[in-house]
Write a protein that binds this ligand. Sequence first.
Ligand code: XLS
Ligand code: NI
Ligand code: NI
Length: 451
Amino acid sequence: MLPCDKTSAMSDFFTTVPVPIPFEGPDSDNPLAFRWYDADRVVGDKTMAEHLRFGVCYWHSFSWDGFDVFGAGTLDRPWITDPGDPIAAAKTKMAAAFEFFEKLGAPFWSFHDRDIAPEGATFGESVDNLSIMVDEAEIHMERTGTKLLWGTANAFSNPRYQAGAATNPDPEIFAYAAAQVCAALEATNRLGGANYVLWGGREGYETLLNTDMKREKEQLARFLTMVIEHKHKIGFEGTILLEPKPHEPTKHQYDFDVAACHAFLQEYDLTAEVRTNIEVNHATLSGHDFAHEVATAVNAGIFGSIDANAGDDRLGWDLDRFPVSVEDMTLGIYEILKGGGFTTGGMMFDAKLRRQSIARDDLFHGHIGGMDTLARSLLAASAMLEDGALSDRVADRYAGWDGDLGRQVMGGEYSLRDLHDRALELPEPNRASGRQEELENLVARYVERAQ
Ligand code: XLS
Ligand code: NI
Ligand code: NI
């Protein structure tokens, strides 16, 4: 480890913002106050803070200056300074990040290795840089009380990963990625991370003309197995999470959705070791509702954490907007609560500002709106769950399966022929209304009344 300056400067980048952002209730017109997120308010058996476990991501909020494929950065980000001294620049950025976490009152943060520490000229230099910045983060975390929801490795930005990391046709690149993930996992462990995330990055392909898909999936499984072995070796107590995404950057991403991840984990006997980090916008990109992805993970026993954001109904890419729809989020949170809520996971804002929202304090508006949206959704979902309004109706709909026929069929007491002969004796079965519109109206009432 290189010697490092142990004095973590507190910064002054957000002078127009009160400390911390207060809760003022739904009647407040103060744009820099929470209207619904009241951290200590008890909802059901836990406080809002305990239910939601909010986290802020480093990459969109502190490392991104607004650049897109059509043009340069637009945002006022004075902490992204000239990297004449890359470590000094990284420390300035980190001071800004922790100033933000503290003022917002978010209990958690998340990072990629390359967000917090610059990549060096050699792997050794990168490891040293990361180590310096982990020391720095430790001091800030201690000072502010902010905890780490998860760490991860950026194994997709550097050109070496153009054809993937674990799924690269060249084992030298696999080996490099393994080295990088080893360092990132150890960094996450040092910072007491609650989880470690593996989003596929470029683990997918563009064309079968140059791709051996079978081999690439086997490589991915080998890689994941090595991560799990190392987790146990270093005593990391957090959860390993896969983050599904159907496409972008590659045309075909292997971790397409929760069901694809589950099948992969089953094939390689890894379901006991790995869970999923479900991103709302990735769910919708895969053609599923957010709630569907959560329910699929809960049913399979692999629900882990959420990357909270939103897409756009008409745009087919990863927009990472801040969540604004209480209705959409209510249905997702309802499934989370039904599954027992978060254990090591949380609601991490993998969300970014629009490129024209250039002011520094826009970062607060985005997060405050997202936290209020999710807090109100929690109120609606929790009331719905407590009243049993939906679950009673679902139970009624399936009541026949608790009766004689249902139990006997599921108990294997009938053959196909038995049911054929039985049908000969009986009239046409009755049909019941699915009541979808009525149930949608019911949910709307919970959303309207949530307070
Ligand atoms: C990209 C992913 C990424 C992961 C972390 O689409 O959402 O940000 O969450 O690597
Ligand atoms: Ni994400
Ligand atoms: Ni994403």
